[in-house]
Design a protein around this ligand. Structure first.
Ligand SMILES: Nc1ncnc2c1ncn2[C@@H]1O[C@H](COP(=O)(O)OP(=O)(O)OP(=O)(O)O)[C@@H](O)[C@H]1O
Ligand SMILES: [Mg+2]
Length: 639
């Protein structure tokens, strides 16, 4: 028998069973657990405490234990149950120990109720499952959100492994490069690099492998359909959970449009600066030339005939110098112009007669008018100069003859057009395109052709002012010039001049546009050096009731005003006149007539006028003006 004191000391139910499976001893914990009294248990088969369905199995375990008795847990890995007196069951854990006694070998089973543990385990398992479910759902949501963000990006977001094989490809990449994800995943990232940039890719991958990033790297990439794009590229390493670099993520932004804008802006700023410089030099140089030629003229009669040859040389040289400065002034837009409303087609038709002798026998000249009316506001001489300069260049580019094509058309610059040409104003333009099928230009030449003195021609053949002049004229007219040329593929110059249709159109609408009311008893002093212009303006004014005093220049105007007894209400004066300019005249008059009202007229551009001493706030009537413009301006000034 086992010591019952020891049995009682065991915290679990302890039962001693003999070889036949009969209960010999049990402690009080057994009574409490199974709700049997000890007396009821002793002498019973141990299976009384096992649910019926497990009894067979239990029996089998018991026999097995007797064959190889040693301390162990019963049926480890099995779900064992105890059965109470009332038939209810509860999960148990049983450990078995063989004990040798005087009555032979016995087995001590220690039985523990593990209901609580089971319950806690079950709850834990359920909680874990719930947690797992929630985590999966959150992860899925997060991934969905992430891929939405990635896909909604207009930038290309690309994943690649360390060999440069593409593994991820977002919608932005699809849009920019033209490949679908299915097409490109699995291909090397070098697919996107143009051949001349292929070296960059291994360099980038090398950096990534060493854990470095590449930031805002500007390069060129190529689309599926072969277009080259300026891209700003950032690449960062991707790490796995252990911190190893396993690939790279690329964010690439298409900066082609931005680059183009920057280039155009830089180009126009450069031309602006060069123009200012050229204009300044030309202006001063012109004055010097004036002195040189004046002095030369004076010298002519003071030197002997044997020296006349030298005098002629000086005069000839200063003439050439003057012609150079004229071209420079045209380029720097400081050239006075007399603009008219004219139809470019008509002007070209007249011009083309001139072009034939200029171009020679072996150049075919083709004129194409794609629009029947091509109205611009321009100086006809300047139009001629544009065409001649371009034609001469074309001839030089076709030493063995060829074709010169001059086309005109109407184009509308809208927002979409402006994306490519951000410096252009919206509206209708007349396009003049001059093309040749000559030698063409490479890019290095093309980007510099508008610079003054840039020439590829041998010394003595070209001064490099032809296109600079054209550029200046076009800019002065509010237009734009573009060049398309490839070496060996000829050249096209396209000039956009603002259409002046509307100015013509209103000639018929003038009647509809309300004329200001007649003015009686208002006296105007009209100072204008062009007699036709003066006459026409006077007629317009008198027909409207004004009293007009005429003067053919500033000095004459002063005389008129001093000699007149009546009051003069307003001075209408040209800006640039020989002798005394309009602003000078006004300055003099304001001394004696501080209340005098002034309106300027000018065919010069605003830029030139501001150099003439006109301050802000003065009224300027741009020539050519319509009658209604004249009358309205006067009305507004008189109040
Ligand atoms: N139609 C063209 N085809 C090929 N190259 C051209 C053409 N037009 C101009 N170029 C290039 O542009 C350069 C500059 O032209 P630009 O008319 O300003 O000067 P130039 O013809 O060299 O000299 P200039 O006109 O003052 O006598 C030329 O030297 C030439 O290299
Ligand atoms: Mg030229």
């Amino acid at each position: 028998m086992l010591s019952s004191a020891i049995l009682e000391a065991v915290p679990d139910a302890a039962i001693a069973v003999n070889q036949q499976g009969v209960i010999i001893q049990a402690n009080s914990q057994t009574e409490a657990l199974f709700h049997y009294t000890r007396d009821e248990l002793i002498g019973q088969k141990i299976e009384i405490l096992v649910p019926e369905r497990q009894r067979g199995q239990h029996h089998h375990h018991r026999e097995h234990f007797h064959e190889r008795p040693k301390i162990r847990r019963m049926g480890s890995g099995l779900d064992l149950y105890g059965r109470r007196r009332d038939g209810t069951e509860f999960p148990v854990e049983i450990s078995l120990s063989p004990i040798t006694t005087d009555h032979g070998m016995m087995v001590l089973s220690v039985i523990r109720d593990i209901s609580d543990r089971k319950r806690i385990e079950e709850e834990l398992r359920r909680a874990n499952e719930e947690l797992e479910r929630r985590r999966t759902r959150e992860l899925r949501d997060y991934q969905n959100r992430l891929s939405l963000i990635v896909d909604s990006s207009q930038d290309a977001i690309i994943g690649k492994n360390l060999d440069g094989i593409i593994t991820h490809w977002n919608k932005g990449a699809e849009e920019i490069y033209g490949y679908s994800a299915e097409e490109i995943i699995g291909l090397p990232i070098t697919t996107l690099a143009p051949p001349e940039r292929a070296d960059e890719i291994p360099e980038i991958l090398k950096k990534i492998r060493s854990g470095r990033r590449v930031e805002y790297f500007e390069s060129v990439r190529i689309t599926k359909d072969g277009r080259k794009l300026n891209m700003s590229i950032s690449v960062s390493p991707i790490y796995d959970a252990e911190g190893n670099i396993v690939g790279a993520s690329t964010i690439a932004r298409n900066i082609t449009a931005q680059k183009k804008t920057e280039d155009q802006l830089r180009q126009s700023q450069k031309m602006e600066a060069v123009g200012r410089l050229a204009g300044g030099v030309a202006h001063d140089f012109n004055n010097l030339l004036g002195i040189v030629s004046a002095c030369t003229e004076l010298l002519r009669n003071r030197v002997g005939p044997e020296n006349h040859e030298y005098i002629e040389n000086i005069i000839e040289a200063s003439k050439r110098g003057a012609s150079l400065t004229r071209q420079l002034l045209a380029f720097s837009r400081k050239h006075p112009t007399q603009t008219l409303i004219l139809d470019l087609n008509d002007r070209l038709k007249d011009m083309s007669k001139l072009l034939h002798p200029l171009m020679g026998e072996d150049v075919e000249i083709v004129l194409i008018a794609r629009s029947s009316t091509t109205i611009v506001e321009a100086d006809p001489n300047q139009i001629d100069q544009i065409v001649v300069n371009l034609a001469v260049n074309a001839r030089d580019a076709m030493p063995r003859g060829g074709k010169l094509v001059i086309e005109t058309a109407i184009a509308v610059v809208d927002e979409s057009f402006r994306r490519d040409h951000p410096t252009m104003a919206l509206g209708r333009y007349v396009v003049l395109a001059v093309s040749d099928n000559g030698i063409g230009m490479d890019e290095a030449t093309r980007v510099r052709i508008f610079e003054p003195f840039f020439t590829t021609k041998e010394i003595g053949k070209g001064t490099g002012l032809g296109l600079a002049t054209v550029y200046g004229i076009v800019k002065q007219s509010g237009g734009h010039i573009m060049v398309y040329s490839e070496l060996g593929h000829g050249t096209t110059f396209k000039i956009y001049l603002p259409s002046a249709d509307h100015k013509l159109g209103v000639v018929t609408e003038t009647q509809a546009e309300a004329m200001p009311g007649r003015r009686e008893g208002v006296t105007i002093l009209l100072a204008e050096d062009d007699p036709t212009m003066r006459h026409l303006t006077r007629k317009m004014l008198e027909e409207h009731g004004y009293t007009v005093l005429e003067a053919e220049n500033g000095i004459a105007a002063l005389e008129v005003i001093n000699g007149s007894h009546g009051k003069i209400d307003l001075v209408l004066t040209d800006v640039v006149m020989r002798g005394m300019t309009g602003p000078d005249l006004v300055l003099r008059l304001l001394d004696s007539h501080p209340d005098l009202k002034v309106v300027y007229m000018s065919g010069y551009t605003g830029e030139l006028i501001t150099n003439q001493g006109l301050s802000g706030g003065v009224r300027l009537l741009e020539k050519p003006f319509r009658r209604v413009d004249l009358l309205k301006t006067l009305d507004a000034t008189l109040g």
